[in-house]
Design a protein around this ligand. Structure first.
Ligand code: FMN
Length: 261
């Protein structure tokens, strides 16, 4: 069975989306470590992360006329899924968040970006197989020490500091300590526009993840956000000493985490 690094659990509490970067280059050993993770962490067939050693300045775009875009990052990572693959949206979210948390462990700044980027520019930097799609990208680099004005505007618009209370995202109360830890970690997951489109159904030895509604947008699939929350949930369970496996489910359900005793 795959064992996730315990350091990723700690990183859940340190990670925040960062959009303004310093000119300081990340050290080579950190880049090599991230590149290796992108190659090796592929828990879902059809989903992958690709490290791009190019400046992402041409890749990001802003709200209006370039204003407010992610700026100054050294490099970027593309999160890619094969459109005809099974569970590819949640798989891309789960895989990408592993890479984001590892970058956080290394002290590097990140930001999932699925809206304000140009897929056509990414395609000039890497080769995609037939049927593959770039779902999102993240900048990689040293973030400015403090939030800039731009960061604060974005965070305010998205309400990035707020998370929905447990009773709005869970069907029933947690009955086990491992469930509480898992849900606490899942609640902190990032999501597009901080919409937190996940809902959790708690069983005696399982947690089922589903989307909040079947309404979705092709550009920002809710199952991708759910995949990110799934990784957090599993890391929370592991931190409580519980391991398990994911069983894929049909929409609007996404997957069920079943603990192994
Ligand atoms: C799949 C996904 C797509 C996102 N797309 C964008 C984006 O296009 N532009 C942006 O500035 N932030 C984007 N974000 C970042 C969210 O706004 C951010 O995660 C959320 O507000 C919570 O803030 P936090 O990440 O600091 O916890 C995205 C996040 C996710 C998970």
């Amino acid at each position: 069975m795959r064992r996730l690094p315990p350091s990723w659990y700690q990183a859940i509490f340190l990670r925040h989306s960062r959009r303004s970067f310093m000119s300081r280059m990340p050290e080579e050993d950190k880049l090599v470590r991230l590149e290796a993770l992108c190659r090796e962490f592929r828990p879902y067939p059809g989903a992958r992360a690709e490290f791009v050693r190019r400046s992402p300045d041409v890749v990001f775009k802003g709200l209006i006329g370039g204003y407010g875009r992610v700026t100054g990052a050294a490099f970027y990572i593309a999160f890619i899924g094969s459109e005809d693959g099974l569970n590819v949206e949640e798989g891309t979210g789960y895989t990408g968040e592993g890479v984001i948390l590892e970058a956080t462990v290394l002290g590097l700044g990140t930001c999932w970006v699925s809206g304000f980027f140009r897929p056509e520019s990414v395609k000039e930097h890497l080769s995609l197989a037939k049927g593959e799609r770039v779902f999102a990208v993240t900048p990689i680099g040293y973030a400015e020490r403090n939030y800039t004005f731009k960061d604060k505007i974005y965070r305010g618009l998205a309400g990035s500091n707020k998370r929905k209370p447990g009773h709005r995202i869970c069907d029933n109360a947690a009955s086990e300590p491992w469930q509480e830890k898992s849900l606490e970690a899942a609640r902190l997951a990032p999501s597009a526009a901080n919409r937190q489109p996940w809902r959790f159904g708690l069983g005696g030895s399982s947690i089922t993840v589903r989307t909040d509604s079947s309404k979705d947008s092709g550009r920002y699939p809710k199952r991708l956000d759910c995949g990110i929350a799934m990784l957090h949930l599993e890391l929370g369970a592991a931190a409580a000493g519980v391991s398990g496996r994911w069983v894929a489910l049909r929409p609007p359900e996404v997957a069920r985490f079943e603990i192994q005793k």
